[in-house]
Design a protein around this ligand. Structure first.
Ligand SMILES: C[S@@+](CC[C@H](N)C(=O)[O-])C[C@H]1O[C@@H](n2cnc3c(N)ncnc32)[C@H](O)[C@@H]1O
Length: 241
């Protein structure tokens, strides 16, 4: 880049920076909430919307209809919307192009339903946790559990590394043989949902366009302000607490 351009660009940025400082005014003392200092646990993960595949196996791109999973809900003249008796829904498979229902089909929890509003909070005994910011009805999709999809070997390596670092929080979820979702480095707020023996959500393994994905669904009506929890024992042999 010619020196002139570099200089003028540099000056421009400097001007903008000075203007920003002027707008902000004099510096003020600011202290983060105490719990952030005590726990030294600033969330240091990268937010992602969808699983990232690090395994060579990649996602198995099979269409559900190839496995005979499709519904004929739309073929009845009454409604083209799938209900409780939808074959796909019963098999925890999202409706796909092989189905007779139309685009308004609601048996697409991961695609069509917005993630519930929730916030990260500090708990007394379990580090961070998640609190619902809205009422959630029983059976509703809450959020997808996403992370890096790794194989057993990588998982083992990572577990050793974490042990050596003295980590006590684990974010691993086994989805298939030799496939683990690891939300340690990349994920979303679902990674902060804590364990309870009396939980209000559960993990469900769904097939979405041939890809196995994990959804968190409400097992009962949840009130705004309640902590979200699920039972780690029921699905996640790799989690410990
Ligand atoms: C998926 S993380 C949940 C978020 C975690 N609390 C954090 O601060 O990042 C799982 C870890 O949280 C902790 N944890 C979750 N539920 C717990 C519970 N009921 N009692 C104690 N620790 C818990 C354990 O350290 C566990 O390995």
């Amino acid at each position: 880049m010619p020196a002139m351009m570099k200089n003028s660009e540099g000056n421009h940025i400097e001007n903008v920076f000075n203007k920003l400082l002027k707008d902000i005014g004099s510096p003020v003392d600011f202290r983060l909430p105490d719990y952030l200092y005590k726990t030294r646990l600033f969330p240091t993960y990268t937010f992602i919307k969808r699983n990232i595949y690090l395994t060579k196996k990649k996602k198995i791109k099979r269409r559900p209809e190839d496995d005979g999973i499709f519904c004929s809900c739309g073929s009845s003249s009454e409604s083209s919307v799938c209900g409780r008796d939808c074959h796909c829904g019963m098999l925890l498979s999202s409706c796909s192009s092989g189905c007779k229902c139309d685009n308004s089909c609601i048996n697409k929890p991961f695609q069509n339903r917005p993630v519930k509003r929730m916030k990260l909070v500090q708990t007394k005994k379990c580090g961070f946790g998640i609190v619902a910011l809205e009422d959630i009805s029983q059976g509703e999709f809450v959020i997808e559990y996403v992370g890096e999809v790794i194989d057993d070997k990588t998982c083992e390596t990572r577990l050793w590394q974490m042990k050596h670092r003295g980590e006590t929080n684990f974010y691993l979820c086994e989805i298939n043989r030799d496939m683990v979702i690891d939300a340690t480095y990349k994920g979303n707020k679902s990674r902060y949902i804590n364990h309870s023996c009396c939980p209000n959500t559960e993990m469900q393994k769904w097939i979405i366009d041939g890809e196995t994905r994990i959804g968190i669904f409400a097992t009962r009506d949840i009130k705004k302000g309640e902590h979200l929890t699920y039972d780690y024992q029921s699905r996640l042999p790799l989690w410990s607490c």
